[in-house]
Design a protein around this ligand. Structure first.
Ligand code: 5GP
Ligand code: ZN
Length: 114
């Protein structure tokens, strides 16, 4: 998708610190970390929100979610972590989704308050 920062990171047009990738998704460190460890797990396929996913996409998202625990040692997640998806809604953006390419925040490395 043109003008999508995460598509540009995935295709190498924009530099990032990629820590894991496979055929489904890429994991890189967030530019503006909100915790000691802050990664973004980003599907290679561009879609803006959960609302745009089809059946194949949900199977792929399931694989991504199942893969994250296996990356625990590599990413330093042994002490637990928090996954967040900020989702823009139909009539507003209360969660503050900034990048319109679905992504899962992985926050870890310290005690996280709600
Ligand atoms: P959102 O608010 O959409 O859920 O989160 C977008 C996240 O992407 C933010 O945490 C922001 O710091 C991160 N981000 C935005 N642009 C870039 C970039 O060019 N590189 C990296 N590594 N992270 C980015
Ligand atoms: Zn994209």
């Amino acid at each position: 998708m043109e003008n999508c920062v995460f598509c540009k990171i995935i295709n190498g047009e924009i530099k990032s610190n990629i820590v894991y990738q496979d055929e489904d998704f890429v994991v890189f460190t967030d530019l503006n970390p909100k915790a000691k460890l802050h990664y973004l797990a980003v599907p290679r396929k561009h879609f803006a929100t959960l609302a745009e996913m089809n059946e194949t996409d949900s199977t792929m998202l399931g694989r991504i979610l199942a893969k994250i625990p296996t990356l625990s040692q590599k990413l330093g997640l042994q002490n637990g972590y928090r996954l967040i998806i900020n989702q823009k809604g139909e009539t507003g953006n209360d969660a503050g989704q900034e990048v319109m390419h679905l992504h899962i925040h992985i926050l870890a490395g310290e005690r996280l308050e709600m």
